[in-house]
Design a protein around this ligand. Structure first.
Ligand code: FAD
Length: 406
């Protein structure tokens, strides 16, 4: 059991959960959650989904009301952590104060990758990561006519679908040859391309935005690498994120495409862990280093670290899963759908309900489900039991998936 204060930098999904789980596990020492956003800890996924569409206030996003933090004696500190003195076990904050720690948890998340083209810093060029971004985009959706979305990843497409539902003209520009290319199978990309196009969204694949045109500081359009121009009064950029590793790197901790942690999520310093979007963790299950950007990863990491700090050290062995809501469609992913060599379809895209079962060397490694929550839940349970089913079984509509869980 860790003695002394636990300081947590970042109060996103990972930071909040580690604080809550520490108390659940009976940790009685000081817990301080340091965050540079002036909100109670809140959920991020609705920012590009229900919250963007709706009229509810920020309270609807909060994990817990402020009473929870008082009752649980979890200190919320709105400040920015700027340096770690590992020798003295002190964390320096931007407000010039410094805090002692027994254990430090880095849950610093990720920030948007910024566009580096002319006029990219104009006020009508927006990103979507934090609550303030979503609030701002809600207002802009109401006052804009034509948005160009740069990047057809999850967030770009979720935003595009909402903007279209709200009546905007929408163009999506993507450098790759299909949408969500790094994350899903070609079958699922094709389905979503069709659905978004049917909703009236124009999707431009294999092109790059080379410039943003403006008049008097207001965006008027964008130009493409193929010479085309598209009129627009709003540009939304979703071209990926960069993990916030600088605090760790400046303290001399090893970083690569994330803060490097071992299979127990511990950095090279036994008094510092790193979790969630910022952590590049060693995964015996998947045989290598992984950095994932999902709520499941953040919260399961947090639970693993809270357990270790209260005397129950284990190898992190979370089962990845993810979801994305785009228009009327719900995409759910169980497992890791990378590195597969065979895709087996179950269900019917024409019926708007199907799953892509992804196999690697004959073993099921992931399932991408569209409007088939049963397949998704099956996948999560199956992977939790370390089992697989044969490709022929997955393809056979008469095969009862539940029988594989018995
Ligand atoms: C719009 C949007 C939609 C998403 N939708 C989904 C979805 O549908 N499903 C899904 O699984 N995942 C989704 N994600 C991803 C998911 O939200 C992230 O994986 C998750 O938030 C990661 O949690 P985290 O705590 O690691 O990091 P974050 O949530 O990024 O939190 C880190 C916090 O630390 C703060 N911070 C960083 N550095 C410092 C510092 N030095 N001092 C103080 N504070 C600091 C940051 O400001 C931030 O508030 C979505 C993300 C976004 C942005």
């Amino acid at each position: 059991m860790t003695q002394g204060p636990v300081l947590i930098v970042g109060a996103g999904h990972a930071g909040f959960q580690v604080a809550a789980s520490l108390r659940q596990h009976g940790f009685g020492g000081r817990i301080a959650l340091i965050n540079d956003e002036a909100h109670l800890p809140y959920q991020r996924p609705p920012l590009s989904k229900a919250y963007l569409k709706g009229t509810g206030g920020p309270d609807s996003l909060m994990f817990r009301p402020d009473k929870f933090y008082r009752d649980q004696n979890i200190e919320l500190i709105t400040d920015r952590a700027i340096a770690i003195d590992r020798g003295a076990r002190k964390l320096d904050l931007a407000s010039a104060s410094s805090l002692d720690y027994g254990h430090l948890v880095l849950a610093t998340g990720a920030r948007n990758r910024l566009l580096d083209i002319p006029n990219a810093n104009l006020p009508d060029v927006r990103y979507l990561r934090i609550l303030d971004d979503s609030e701002d985009l809600r207002r802009r959706i109401a006052s804009s006519k034509h948005v160009v979305v740069i990047g057809a990843g999850f967030i770009g497409l979720e935003f595009a679908a909402t903007a279209r539902i709200k009546g905007l003209e929408v163009d999506v520009v993507e450098l790759a040859s299909r949408v969500m290319a790094r994350a899903v199978t070609a079958e699922v990309s094709e389905y979503f391309q069709g659905r978004h196009r049917a909703a009236g969204i124009r999707i431009h694949l294999g092109v790059q935005v080379t410039g943003i045109e403006a008049d008097g500081g207001k965006v008027t359009g964008v130009s493409f690498s193929d010479g085309r121009h598209i009129a627009a009064d709003l540009v939304v950029v979703g071209v990926g994120v960069l993990p916030n590793v600088e605090l760790a790197a400046d303290a001399g901790l090893p970083v690569a495409s994330g803060i490097i942690v071992n299979e127990q999520l511990l950095t090279a310093d036994p008094n510092i862990s790193a979790i969630g979007d910022c952590a590049l963790f060693e995964s015996p299950r998947f045989g290598g280093s992984l950095r994932l950007e999902s709520v499941q990863n953040a919260t399961d990491h947090a639970r693993c670290v809270a357990a270790r700090l209260t005397g129950d050290a284990k190898t992190y062995d979370g089962q990845p899963w993810f979801w994305s809501d785009q228009g009327d469609d719900k995409l759910q992913i169980a497992g890791l759908t990378t590195g597969y060599d065979q895709v087996v379809m179950r269900g019917d895209p024409a019926q708007k309900a199907f799953s892509a079962f992804c196999y690697k060397a004959g073993r099921l490694v992931g399932i991408e489900s569209i409007n088939r929550a049963g397949d998704h839940m099956f996948g999560r349970r199956l992977f939790g039991m370390d089992r697989s089913i044969e490709p022929a079984q997955a393809a056979d509509p008469g095969f009862d998936l539940k029988s594989a869980l018995a």
